[in-house]
Every structure is written in C-alpha cells, then in structure tokens.
Ligand binder design. Structure first.
Ligand SMILES: NC(=O)c1ccc[n+]([C@@H]2O[C@H](COP(=O)([O-])OP(=O)(O)OC[C@H]3O[C@@H](n4cnc5c(N)ncnc54)[C@H](O)[C@@H]3O)[C@@H](O)[C@H]2O)c1
Length: 680
C-alpha cells in the first residue's frame, strides 16, 4: 500500500524537503487530568470527506508511520471531531521562555516562538491539548504537526525570508527582503459562498481551516490581562454615561453583573474591582472559578444567590471594591434578581455565544457536566434547550431594563444568538438584523464613540527577555508619554499603567496592555526601541488585539457604531493588514470571524519586533500611525464626529506627509425632504 501521486513517490517527496517533522513517532501522551479539554466538535463529514481529512492529516507524516498513525488519527476524528495529532504535542506544560532559549537565524524567528508557546501555556490556554487559546474555539494551529513544523521553520527563517501560514499550515519559506514581514498569517478566509459556520466546521474537520479568533491564530494573546484593560475602560465609561459618574470618578459604590469567567470573560470581575466597583459574575464551570480565585482575580465564590447578593449589596454600601463569583447559570441569577427586585445598575453577558451551539452557552437547568454530556450525545436536543434559554434570558434582561438597568452586549454575539433563536422582538427595525438590536453593543454605545473614534485601542507589548524588571522599565517609559490632563481617556490610561504593577496582571510572558491613540502608540514604540538600542531593556514584541480601531470589520461589534451603511464591508480591516505589510511590520495576520463567529467579521493584527535598530525606527514611524489612522479616517468618512475631529487635527499636524479625505455633512432636512417627495 504505497502512497504516490502519478509518477512521484514519497521517497522523492521526502528527499526534496529539508524542513520537515523528525523521523520518529513520539510516544502517545498522558493527559494531565486537571487540564481542561475541548468538548467533541461537530463531525458533519461525508465518507469521502472523512477520507480527505485522514489523507490531509497524514500529509505531515513520513509514509513508514502511516499504517500505525492512520487508525489513531481516525479515532481522534470520531471521538474529538477533529484530528489534533496529540502524539506530536511536546510533553508537559509549554511556556513562553526567554527569547535566548530559542534557536533561530533571526530575532523575529525566535520572538514568534516565544509568542506561540505563550499562547499554548496551561495557565493561559483554554483547552491547551486542543491548541485552543480562548473563546471556546480560537486555535493557534489546527494540530500539533503544524505546531512542530512551524517551530522548525521559525528556527530556519532568515531576515530575508517570509514564512506563510494558511489556517495554521506552514506553506513554506519564500524569499523577501529585510523590510518585508517575516510572517504572514491568514486564518479561515473562506470564499463568500462557503462563508458559513456549517461549511467552516466541515473545512476545519477536513484540516483545511483554522478558527484563529483574533489573537490566538495571530499569536498575540497575552492572557486575560489584555482584556482587563478594555473591560476596565468599558465599565468605567458605561458608569459615566449611564450612572452619572463624574469624568474623573470611578465605579466606587456601583455594581456590575455579567457572566463568564473564561479566557476573556475572566477579566470582568477584576476589571470592575480595579475600577473601584463590585463585580458579580456567574460561571457554570467551577474549574474556571477556581482558576480565577487562585489568581486573585475573584475574591469569593458563592453557591447561594441570597448570600451572593447579600455580600454584593454590602460591598456596594460600604464602597468596597470586590469581585464575586456565582457558581451557576446567569439565567438563575437574573431570575433571582427579578423575583427579589434587586437593582442591577450595569449588566452584560460574556458567555461564548459566537459558538452558541458548540458549548459556548450553557442552557438553564443543565450543570456544566450535563451540558458537556448532552452536547456529545444529543446535539439536536441541546440546540433546542439553548434557544429556549436564550429567549428566557432575553425576557429577564428586558424586565430588568424596564426597571432601570443599563444592559450592553459584550461583543459575544449574544443579541445575534437571541435573534437567531427566533426572537424577533430583539430586532431594532422589527424586520431583520440589518439595523442591529434593541440593546446596544458595548462598541456602539461606549467603546466606539469614546475610544475607537479617537484612535484609542488595545496596544500591547511583551518583554522578550522574560525579565520582570524590563516590564517595569517599559511601564515607566509608557507612563511618561501620557499627559493625564489631555482627555478623560488619557487619565484612565495613565492610572491604568501607574497601577499595573500593583494589580499583578501578568499571566505567562512579561506582557502589558495599554490603550493608546496613534500619537501615543508611535511615541511609546519609538522610546521602547531606543531603550533597546541603549541596552536598558532586552528586545520587545509590540502588537495589539485585532479588536481595535482599524483592525476589525464586524458589524455587530467593532464597527457597530458605523452608520453610513459601510459596516457590511471589510475594506478597512483588509487595508489595515495590507498597509502594515507594505510598511514592514514583522508579523501580519488576517482572520475571518474573530470574536463573533465565522462570516460575521474580518479582522487583522500585527506583531513588531523591536531590536533597537534604526531600520525598526523607520518602520514604526510609518506603520504605527497607519495602523490606527486608517481606521480613524474610515470612521471619519462614516461621519463619526469624534473621528472627524481627530482627522482634522491629524491633517493639521501632518501636512507634509499625510492627508485624510473628510466628509462634507449634508443637512438632514434637505435629504429627508427630497427623498420624501420621491419615495412615497
Ligand atoms: N471581553 C471582550 O472585550 C471580548 C472581546 C472579544 C470577544 N469577546 C467574546 O466574549 C465571549 C467570551 O470569551 P471567553 O474567551 O471568555 O470565552 P470562554 O468560552 O473562555 O468563556 C465563556 C464562559 O462562559 C461560561 N458560561 C457559558 N454559559 C454560561 C451560562 N449560561 N451561565 C454562566 N456561565 C456560562 C462558560 O463556562 C465559560 O467559562 C466570546 O464570545 C468572545 O468572542 C469578548
């Protein structure tokens, strides 16, 4: 049973490749029992497609092992829904080590290895054995063969080559130049007519698509800290907008209720606490509560709703900042609040509704364990329960909103899931979902107008030396670049970075997040590069979440406050990606579906390795402003007021180099009058 394509046999193929997996079969691993495992994924393949899946996975493996490994891969496909190639996972925990401990021919090749390993760390990744970093389904690679092969390529990568990754698969090294990206990543970019969850699930099971979420597949996830800052900004600004908190005030004496203590949602309790308030978060999976308790991001956990609300209301009264968890379903918690007439000021939800039928949302009346079992045994019945729960959940929120609660969607496709479950009352125009929903998304009301439209977004960095003292030095450099009196947002960011060390936010590599605008990001980046040049700190990896000003086109989230009709387009995210490549960012990524699910967004990000060189200064000077201002310019063209203001200032300050087209604004009266005459 020899494999061959026409006249070419596997011997020739093997001979032609210098970079390939080692020629031995590692032992089958033991799975550590305390490590969370992904539920079985939907397997919807036909017999022919199952054959393809198997042949596709075997493409990485030398022929002499095929007979032994093929039944194992097939078994994985049937028991886990995907072929992960567990046998090829390195033994034990994987950690992002100091950069000098990696092999490589250029600094970027070594830096990316740090980032990849950090994304797969037991302390960071949601399902480390299944290469899922966060958001239920967000994977770094599809399988462990891709991990190993990519690490080998990164060891060989020179500063005149580019490594191409297509949905986790390392396609190969191609010659480029010193100022080209070293790695170009795309994930799950499906052709329009196949751009649905169903086709994607097939493509992933066949081993040709990877759902990279945002930073998982873009290797830029830095643990939940990344999201604590965004959540901190969101709850603070929500309180200012809706609870009458002063510009320089915080969440002291206010309660924020939500659900989810997972990858990103795990930030919620701590963010509310850092903002001075009381965070109350429901979570069905006890292991996630325990992880947050150990980490100190949750102070206490409750099984009893009376005790939970007793403690929360006491803390509100005493103006004590705290994070409390409820071990149970958010629907039970809300039912209790409605029945007992408990006033919830700020309310959200952060269950994984982008994967609502794949385990992301636990229906009421099922424990977490029962949910996992039912998902495995009765998917149809499970879907019915999810829909019923979503509609009940919606009705409870509606009741609370009528009593004065401010509810916002947290970018998890929650409102869309309610709509898809058949609840038409959620639709804003009562007809479809094209104009959004009756409740706002956090971007529509808060993040869009107050942050993204000015260019503020989740800038981040990793000190590649792994030294904590480097992180402290970078915090100080960044803080010195912020004028806290310029705007309320600057004050929040200043306070954030000032207190970052004390708030002990680091999980995994020595990383930091700091919301900044175009000017701030450029200045900080240049100062960091100088500090590297001067030998004050080791090399630094800069990056950002894709969830940013320019990086993501996502109508129910990042571009929810774009109202010129262009939020059905993905030009901005694609231009951002291409522009960053053209200017020489070290890593660029473009994904489908991040945050909200396949077909619902296009998003991209970058990584930039600061080696202290003047070459890097040049890239920073052009790429950093572009990475932010491309999005501000688009937001301005959509007539978003704060972006128009920011663009006018940008044109004034950058006369010799840049120029943004700014919209003339037509009078509503004129337009309405004319259209009314024509369209009766
Ligand atoms: N925070 C943000 O700014 C942000 C940004 C992007 C995306 N999101 C979205 O938020 C969602 C959550 O992300 P994550 O990384 O935390 O995912 P996750 O899957 O790690 O965590 C979600 C948690 O919700 C819990 N859960 C599910 N149903 C529940 C229920 N009915 N009651 C109580 N708990 C329940 C799960 O057990 C899980 O721990 C995703 O859809 C993600 O795309 C949030």
């Amino acid at each position: 049973m020899k494999g061959r394509i026409d006249m070419i046999d596997n011997k020739e193929i093997e001979k032609s490749m210098e970079i390939k997996l080692d020629k031995y079969l590692p032992e089958y691993p033991e799975f550590e029992r305390h490590v969370r495992r992904a539920p079985k994924r939907d397997l919807t393949l036909t017999r022919r497609e199952i054959e393809l899946a198997l042949k596709n996975a075997l493409r990485y493996i030398p022929e002499e092992f095929h007979e032994e490994i093929a039944p194992e891969f097939l078994d994985e496909l049937f028991t886990r829904g995907r072929i992960y190639g567990y046998r090829f996972r390195p033994k034990g925990n994987i950690k992002g080590k100091p950069i000098d401990e990696y092999k490589g021919k250029c600094i970027e090749g070594k830096a990316f290895q740090v980032m990849i390993d950090n994304n797969l760390d037991f302390d960071i990744a949601l399902y480390p054995y299944e290469l899922v970093t966060y958001g239920e389904t967000g994977q770094v690679f599809q399988n462990w063969m891709q991990y190993n092969l990519t690490m080998k390529y990164l060891e060989e990568l020179t500063d005149e080559q580019t490594l191409v990754l297509e949905s986790g698969h390392p396609l190969g090294l191609f010659r480029s130049s010193k100022n080209s990206p070293r790695v170009v990543i795309t994930n799950a970019l499906m052709v329009g007519m196949y751009d649905t969850q169903e086709y994607w699930a097939k493509a992933q099971a066949m081993g040709v698509a990877n759902y990279g979420q945002m930073t998982a597949g873009g290797w830029m996830y830095i643990g939940p800290q990344g999201i604590v800052h965004g959540t901190f900004n969101t709850v603070l600004n929500a309180a200012r907008m809706k609870l009458g908190v002063a510009e320089d005030g915080d969440l002291t004496g206010h309660m924020f209720v939500s659900s989810g203590l997972g990858g990103m949602s795990g930030a919620q309790g701590n963010a509310a606490k850092i903002a001075g308030g009381v965070g109350v978060i429901a979570e069905v999976d006890e292991s996630r509560i325990n992880a947050r308790l150990e980490q100190g991001w949750v102070d206490r956990s409750f099984e009893d709703l009376g005790e939970l609300f007793g403690a929360a209301e006491k803390a509100v009264k005493e103006k004590k900042a705290t994070a409390l968890a409820y071990h149970g379903n958010i629907i039970d918690l809300l039912e209790y609040a409605v029945d007992k007439d408990i006033h919830i000021e700020l309310l959200s939800d952060q269950t994984s509704c982008h994967a609502v039928y794949d385990g992301g949302y636990c229906p009421q009346d099922l424990t977490f364990e029962e949910r996992t079992k039912m998902l495995f045994e009765d998917k149809k019945g499970f879907k019915k329960l999810v829909d019923k729960s979503l509609i009940h959940h919606f009705n409870l929120i509606r009741e609370l909103v009528d009593r004065g609660t401010y509810f916002f969607d947290y970018g998890n496709s929650f409102l869309k899931a309610i709509y898809d479950a058949g609840e038409m009352d959620i639709s804003k125009n009562g007809v479809d979902d094209t104009e959004g929903f009756i409740f706002p998304s956090y971007v529509e009301d808060i993040m869009g107008p107050m942050l993204f439209d000015y260019g503020y977004g989740p800038f981040r960095w990793v000190c590649l030396s792994g030294k904590h003292e480097d992180l402290i030095k970078t915090d100080k450099i960044a803080m010195d670049c912020i004028d806290p009196d310029r705007r309320g947002q600057d004050r929040d960011n200043y306070n954030w970075i000032r207190d970052a060390e004390e708030n002990a936010l680091v999980v995994g590599t020595q990383a930091r997040i700091l919301y900044q605008d175009a000017e701030g990001r450029t200045e900080i980046a240049l100062k960091f590069n100088k500090a590297v040049r001067d030998g004050e700190i080791g090399p630094v990896m800069l990056g950002r979440d894709h969830h940013d000003v320019s990086g993501t086109d996502s109508p129910f989230r990042e571009t929810a406050n774009i109202k010129d009709g262009s939020n059905m387009m993905a030009d901005m995210a694609t231009q951002c990606f291409a522009g960053n490549a053209a200017r020489g960012m070290s890593l660029i990524a473009l994904h489908n579906g991040g945050g909200v699910g396949i077909g619902k967004s296009i998003n991209g990000g970058f990584g930039m390795v600061l080696d202290g060189s003047e070459r890097v200064d040049e890239i920073l000077n052009t790429a950093m402003p572009w990475d932010v201002m491309g999005g501000v310019a688009r937001r301005s063209w959509a007539r978003n007021e704060n972006s128009v203001e920011t663009s006018i200032k940008y044109n004034e300050n950058n006369k010799d180099t840049d120029h943004i087209t700014i919209p003339f604004v037509a009078s509503d009266e004129l337009v309405r009058g004319l259209v009314k005459e024509k369209v009766k």
